[in-house]
Design a protein around this ligand. Structure first.
Ligand code: N01
Length: 552
C-alpha cells in the first residue's frame, strides 16, 4: 500500500526506531503509549517489513497463522480473522496494515526513508541519525527494528549484469504481478523461498531450470482454509494457548514427544514420523526429543524424509539428487506445497551446481560446466545476509567513533542480543545472540519490545542518561551463546545461521539456541538484579537541549 510521505521539520526525539515491520510497529505503539516522542524511519513505502518485501509466488509463513500474530492486544486478536492454516504473504501484509490503522501508527512513521548512518554523541548522550538524503535527527535512544532476514544476498555471479532477461530476487520482489507464462525461467537456490515459489513458477513457465547447490529437507504444509469452529475455539482459548507456547522451546505451541528416537522400535518410530508427515509443518522435528542433539536419532528422521522423496519423485536419479545427506533441521526445515512432486513435471529440470558451481551468467542464460541453459527470466532465491547484514549496512558508530562493522568483523557480539558494549542507548530487536530466528518471531519481538520499553521507563524514572552492557557481561553472553550452539546439531552445517551463505562472512552461530523460556528467564533475572551486566550512567538533567522540542 502506498503511503503519504511524511517529512516534517522536527529533528529531536526521545527515540528513533529503524524499520516498520512487526518489531518497529509494536515498539512505536509501546513507546507512544508511555509518552515518549518517537519517529520511525522505514525504507519501504508501507508497513510490514519482511512481508512488505517478500512478495514472490507462494510466499507464506511456515508458522500457523493463529500463532504468528500479535498478542499484546486481546481486542486485536479477537477481531482479526485468519482464513488459512498458514497465512499467505498478502494476508499477513493486510494484517500489518490493519494493525497500523487500528493503532494509528502511520502518523509517526516516515516511509521511503532509509537510515544511512547513526553516531553516538557522548557529550549529549544521544544518537545522531543520518537519513539517506543527508537530513540529521537526534534521539536519546536508537532502536534497530531492522529484521533478521531483510538484507538480501546476491552472490557475485560473473556476468550477472549482462543478462538480457529480467532478474528477480525473492526477497525484493516487484509489487506488480509477474507472469512467467510461456517463458523459460531459471531459479537459483532451493531454500524456503525457492521451495515455496518453484511449484507455482513451474505451473506457469514453459520450462523451469532449478539450479541447486545443496538439496534442502522440506515437509508438507497441508495448508487448508481454517474452519470457523476451529477459529472460534482458538479465540476462546487464546490466553491458555499463548502461555503454553511461551513455555515451548521455540515459542510455538507444538505437540512435542518427550522420548528419544532411539528408545522406540522401528515400527513405532515410523508410525510417529508418518503421523507428523500427515499432519504437516515444522512439528515434524518434535517427533522425538533428541533429533537436534543426537546424530543417530537425527539420522532416522533424515532417512524417513529421503524415503518420502524416493516415493514421490519417480526418477530414482532425480530423487537421489534431491535428497539431502546432512543433519535434518540443521539448515532451517522448509515447509512446502507440492515441492518434490514438481520435479515429476516434464517442464522442470534440476541442474546440480553443487559439484560444478555456476560459471557465469551470460546474456542468454546460466552457464554451468560449459553448458548454457537459455532462459528468459532469472529468479534469485539466494537468501539474505542474515541477522547482521541489515545492521552493518548502516554506518553505526558508538563511543569514540567505533564502527559496528569493525567491532563485528569476527562475528556479532552483543549482550542478550539486545545491546552492544560501546554503543550506549542502542537497542537491537531480535538481534544476534537472541533466540529470534529459531523461534516464532512474533512472541520474540513482543518480548524484546516489552523489555526495551520497561528499560526506557526505568531510565526515565531515575533520570539516567545512558545504558550499555559492560564488556565483561557481553563476553560472558557471547561465550554462553557459542557454548550452547556447540551442543546442538544445528551448528554443524553450512547454513545462514552461521553466515555460510555470504562470501567472506565469519562463521559464527548467530542466534541463541538455548530456547525461548530459558532466554526470557535470563532477561527477567537481569532486570530483577538491577540490570545486571549493564553500566548505567549520566543524568538527563545534564542534557536539557535535547528536551527543547519534545512532543507535548
Ligand atoms: O534463503 P536460504 P531463503 N550458487 O539462505 C542457494 C525465512 N523464510 O530466502 O544451501 C548457488 O535458505 C543456497 O544454497 P546452499 C526462513 O527462515 C521463511 O530461501 O547455501 N546457490 C540456498 O539453496 C529461511 O530459512 C519462510 O548451498 C546459491 C539458497 O540459495 C530464510 O528466510 C519463507 C548460491 C538460499 O536459501 C531464508 O530463506 C521464506 C550460489 N552462489 C523464507 N548462494 C517461511 O516462513 C546461495 N545459494 C516459509
Amino acid at each position: 500500500m502506498a503511503e503519504t510521505l511524511r517529512t516534517d521539520t522536527r529533528s529531536t526525539f526521545d527515540a528513533v526506531i529503524v524499520g516498520a515491520g512487526f518489531a518497529g510497529m509494536y515498539m512505536l505503539y509501546r513507546l507512544r503509549e508511555l509518552g515518549f516522542s518517537v519517529r520511525v524511519y522505514e525504507a519501504g513505502s508501507g508497513v510490514g517489513g519482511t512481508w512488505y518485501w517478500n512478495r514472490y509466488p507462494g510466499a507464506r509463513c511456515d508458522v500457523e497463522s493463529v500463532q504468528y500474530s500479535y498478542q499484546f492486544s486481546d481486542a486485536l486478536q479477537q477481531e482479526w480473522e485468519w482464513t488459512e492454516r498458514y497465512a499467505t504473504q498478502p494476508e499477513i501484509l493486510r494484517y500489518a496494515n490493519h494493525v497500523a490503522d487500528r493503532f494509528d501508527l502511520r502518523k509517526d512513521i516516515q516511509f521511503e526513508t532509509r537510515v544511512s548512518a547513526t553516531t553516538f554523541d557522548e557529550g549529549r548522550h544521544c544518537w545522531t541519525i543520518v537519513l539517506a538524503d543527508g537530513t540529521e535527527v537526534s534521539a536519546r535512544f536508537c532502536i534497530m527494528a531492522t529484521g533478521c532476514l531483510s538484507s538480501t544476498n546476491t552472490p557475485q555471479f560473473p556476468g550477472l549484469d549482462s543478462f538480457r532477461g529480467t532478474v528477480y530476487h525473492t526477497g525484493h520482489w516487484p509489487h506488480h504481478e509477474v507472469d512467467f507464462s510461456g517463458q523459460r525461467v531459471g531459479v537459483i537456490g532451493t531454500g524456503s523461498s525457492a521451495i515455496q515459489s518453484i511449484p507455482l513458477i513451474a505451473e506457469q513457465a514453459q520450462h523451469l531450470f532449478v539450479f541447486q547447490r545443496t538439496p534442502h529437507y522440506t515437509v508438507p504444509a497441508h495448508n487448508a482454509p481454517l474452519d470457523p469452529e476451529y477459529r472460534r475455539r482458538v479465540k476462546a482459548e487464546y490466553p491458555a494457548r499463548r502461555s503454553r507456547a511461551k513455555q515451548m522451546f521455540a515459542g510455538i505451541d507444538l505437540r512435542l514427544n518427550d522420548r528419544s528416537a532411539l528408545q522406540t522400535t522401528d515400527a513405532e518410530r515410523q508410525r510417529e514420523y508418518e503421523a507428523r508427515w500427515a499432519f504437516g509443518g515444522v512439528s515434524f522435528m518434535g517427533a522425538f526429543n533428541d533429533l537436534l542433539f543426537n546424530a543417530d536419532s537425527n539420522a532416522t528422521a533424515a532417512e524417513f524424509v529421503r524415503g518420502k522423496i524416493r516415493e514421490i519423485v519417480r526418477d530414482p536419479e532425480l530423487a537421489a539428487a534431491l535428497s539431502p545427506r546432512y543433519v535434518i533441521g540443521c539448515k532451517r526445515l522448509c515447509v512446502d506445497t507440492g515441492y518434490y512432486a514438481t520435479f515429476n513435471r516434464a517442464n522442470v529440470s534440476l541442474v546440480d551446481v553443487g559439484r560444478s558451481p555456476i560459471e557465469a551468467i551470460a546474456p542468454q542464460g546460466v552457464r554451468v560446466a560449459g553448458k548454457l541453459y537459455e532462459i528468459d527470466s532469472l529468479v534469485l532465491g539466494t537468501g539474505f545476509d542474515a541477522m547482521t547484514g541489515a545492521l552493518t549496512r548502516i554506518d553505526i558508530r558508538g563511543k569514540s567513533g567505533e564502527a559496528l562493522r569493525e567491532k563485528w568483523h569476527g562475528g556479532p557480539r552483543a549482550y542478550l542480543g539486545l545491546m552492544i558494549a560501546g554503543f550506549p542507548n542502542l537497542f537491537t530487536i531480535t538481534g544476534p545472540g537472541s533466540p529470534s530466528v529459531l523461534t516464532n518471531m512474533l512472541p520474540s519481538i513482543e518480548q524484546h519490545v516489552d523489555w526495551i520499553a520497561d528499560c526506557l521507563v526505568f531510565l526515565r524514572e531515575r533520570g539516567l542518561a545512558q545504558i550499555e552492557p559492560t564488556p565483561e557481561a557481553e563476553d560472558e553472553w557471547v561465550a554462553h551463546v557459542n557454548e550452547v550452539a556447540g551442543t546442538n546439531l544445528r551448528s554443524t552445517c553450512s547454513s545462514w545461521y552461521v553466515g555460510a551463505n555470504v562470501a567472506g562472512k565469519p562463521r559464527v552461530f548467530m542466534p541463541y539456541i538455548g530456547g525461548f523460556p530459558a532466554y526470557v528467564q535470563k532477561c527477567c533475572e537481569v532486570v530483577a538484579a538491577g540490570y545486571r551486566g549493564f553500566a548505567l550512567s549520566g543524568s538527563t538533567a545534564e542534557i536539557p537541549s535535547l528536551l527543547s522540542d519534545r512532543v507535548t
